[in-house]
Design a protein around this ligand. Structure first.
Ligand code: TMP
Length: 212
């Protein structure tokens, strides 16, 4: 797969209660106000087929999904999403803001489920070729604070039912990845009040916009 792209590819990661949705709206508004054409999408999902795969993955009655099956379904959804939505947009010069991407696979299937990261890496290379996000924003929050903010969900999905140790492994994996290649990531402390968080986001986006 050729990764000749013109638009920037920004991915958004974070745990429960980190304010991902509110912050994505802020990012979209910020970029649009700069006159940038930008598309918002999400994973797993983003196309009709990938949204059907998402339903299976999040369905808590699917209690027998093997972790390998989960991993492959994530990448099956991703392949469809990439070819149908992400790559065509980037090739037209449209920026893409994606709510979760392959860092989530390293964090949840790698850190959370314990799948060897080399397996994830080989699927990443197969499905994405050279395509990697230009910047990944990680909204970081201690797990206990995030769960408290998210409140007791009345209808938790298959992932939200996981225990605190699982979420701590997810968080550590995100932070390890950001530490290894800091130029690719912006770890945003999601604990302070929203104005401060959004100032941090704006600083990151200003740098990205300045490069075009
Ligand atoms: P969301 O709640 O942020 O929409 O994400 C759906 C769930 O899917 C979330 O619990 C994280 C999980 N997920 C993975 O486990 N691996 C992945 O590769 C992606 C994209 C999401």
């Amino acid at each position: 797969m050729s990764a000749v792209t013109v638009g920037k590819f920004i991915t958004i990661e974070g745990g429960e209660g980190a304010g991902k949705s509110t912050n994505i709206q802020f990012i979209m508004d910020f970029l649009q106000q700069k006159g940038i054409k930008v598309l918002q999408t999400r994973e797993p999902g983003g196309t009709p087929l990938a949204e059907r795969i998402r339903k299976i993955l999040l369905d808590k009655t699917e209690s027998t999904i093997h972790c390998d099956t989960e991993l492959l379904l994530m990448f099956a959804a991703r392949a469809q999403h990439l070819h149908e939505v992400i790559l065509p947009a980037l090739q037209k010069g449209i920026w893409v803001v994606c709510d979760r991407f392959t860092d989530a696979t390293y964090a949840y299937q790698g850190g959370g489920r314990g799948i060897d990261k080399q397996r994830i890496k080989s699927l990443e290379t197969w499905v994405q070729g050279k395509l990697r996000p230009d910047k990944t924003l990680i909204f970081d929050l201690p797990i206990e604070v995030g769960l408290e903010r998210a409140g007791n969900r009345s209808d938790p999905d298959r992932f939200e039912l996981e225990n605190i140790e699982f979420f701590n492994r997810v968080r550590s994996t995100y932070l390890e990845r950001a530490n290894k290649t800091p130029e690719k990531y912006a770890v945003i402390n999601a604990k302070p009040k929203i104005e401060i968080v959004q100032q941090d986001i704006a600083n990151v986006l200003e740098q990205l916009v300045a490069k075009i």
